[in-house]
Write a protein that binds this ligand. Structure first.
Ligand code: SF4
Ligand code: SF4
Length: 386
């Protein structure tokens, strides 16, 4: 099964955003736009940084606020001057600022787009902002008409989880691939838990979505469930939450400051270095923030050593672990119970169905397992054949 590229650099052209989503912690009014000089510094920094293939993700804030001229210069610059590390690209946007010019340049570089939609219009606009749904869908139509691929991230909050059935059906009926995201506590919020989904509710939601996905395998794709299955089957994490992201993921803010991940951007206490200083991998690892991230890794080695999922879970996301304790490492990712629940569920179903098919002569048929809950083998076969 395919493994994703391990080296990931997030570029945050601005923390500004035209939307005011109720639970968003990653935008900042008045944030500047990254200059081309900073992008030149990114190129110079990465020239001899490491040799692994890199994925650049443009994130925000709202990265399309940088405009078509920014991408017309930046994409060829990164592609040609860093050719030896074979850059590929992704972009996370609400699509409001997409123009035909931007769509053309993004298509030229084959850039997959992640956007955000929390379900049907009324629910989405209540959680995000008035008029959000319409503006995003307008951008989506424009993106589609230019041949761009768009996948939506659906944030489930402590409020919207009660409408999970309507939300799933909305994605199913509109032919949209779904990637779910639990609303998270933030280091930047005075009320870090206001919208956050509890780990128990998140675990239940994951199992619910897996069942619905398995019942509708030919009609929808739930990307997270694919990722969880790949983790269990290959025994390796395939998304940042389930690998040691430290030393493999970095984010560059609008002013060229380097952080461990986009989620820390804009918080000066999490700056690891600056692109104009061309820090080496060792310099960043030895910075105070680099040492903090390493401390998380060592903490997980000890704290999770008795867990059968440690190899592909790695304690979850270090930001999540720190957000609930004001930046201190006093526990693993609080979503641990949800991760255990879904990993166990996948492993149990897989084992039962394998046993069932081996033991057909002993009357433990796949059909009897299926009668209780939807079978997972069709999804495993689908992932393996991709
Ligand atoms: S801090 Fe969390 S979100 Fe950021 S790269 Fe690491 S695992 Fe991913
Ligand atoms: S499931 Fe929980 S205990 Fe197991 S590795 Fe992940 S965070 Fe640690």
């Amino acid at each position: 099964m395919k493994q994703k590229r391990p080296f990931h650099v997030m570029i945050i052209p601005t923390l500004g955003c035209p939307s005011k989503c109720a639970y968003c912690w990653s935008s900042e009014v008045g944030s500047p736009i990254m200059s081309i000089e900073i992008v030149k510094d990114i190129v110079a920094w990465l020239k001899d940084f490491r040799n692994d293939p890199v994925t650049f993700t443009f994130h925000g804030g709202e990265p399309l606020l940088a405009g078509a001229d920014f991408y017309r210069v930046v994409l060829p610059m990164l592609s040609t001057k860093l050719e030896h590390i074979e850059p590929n690209f992704a972009l996370q946007t609400n699509l409001w600022k997409l123009t035909p010019e931007l769509a053309e340049v993004l298509f030229e570089y084959n850039i997959p787009i992640g956007s955000s939609l929390d379900g049907p219009q009324k629910l989405n606009d209540l959680q995000r902002s008035e008029g959000y749904y319409e503006r995003t869908m307008k951008g989506y139509e424009l993106a589609k008409s230019h041949g761009l691929q768009v996948q939506f991230i659906c944030t489930f909050t402590s409020y919207s989880v009660q409408f999970k059935e309507q939300i799933f059906n909305h994605f199913l009926e509109n032919g949209l691939a779904l990637k779910l995201h639990p609303a998270l506590p933030s280091l930047r919020s005075d009320e870090p838990d206001k919208w956050a989904l509890s780990p128990e509710k998140y675990g239940e939601l994951l199992v619910y979505l897996m069942d619905r996905y398995l019942e509708n395998l030919n009609r929808i794709e739930v990307r997270n469930i694919n990722d969880y299955c790949r983790c269990v089957l290959t025994r390796r994490g395939t998304v940042c939450t389930f690998v040691d992201c430290m030393e493999n993921t970095f984010a560059v803010g609008p002013d060229g400051s380097i952080y461990p991940c986009y989620r820390f951007v804009g918080m000066p206490e999490y700056v690891m270095g600056h692109v104009h200083d061309r820090p080496s991998q060792k310099d960043l690892a030895e910075s105070a923030v680099g040492l903090l991230m390493r401390h998380f890794k060592e903490y997980v080695d000890e704290e999770c050593k008795g867990c059968k999922h440690i190899r592909y879970c790695r304690g979850g996301c270090p930001y999540n672990a720190m957000a609930s304790t004001s930046g201190e490492i006093m526990g693993v990712d609080p979503h641990c119970p949800a991760y255990k629940r879904i990993f166990d569920e996948i492993a149990d179903r897989f084992n039962e169905e394998m046993m069932g098919s081996v033991g057909l002569e002993t009357d433990v048929s796949v059909e009897s397992v299926k009668a209780v809950r939807p079978a997972i083998m069709p999804l495993i076969r689908k992932l393996a054949s991709n």
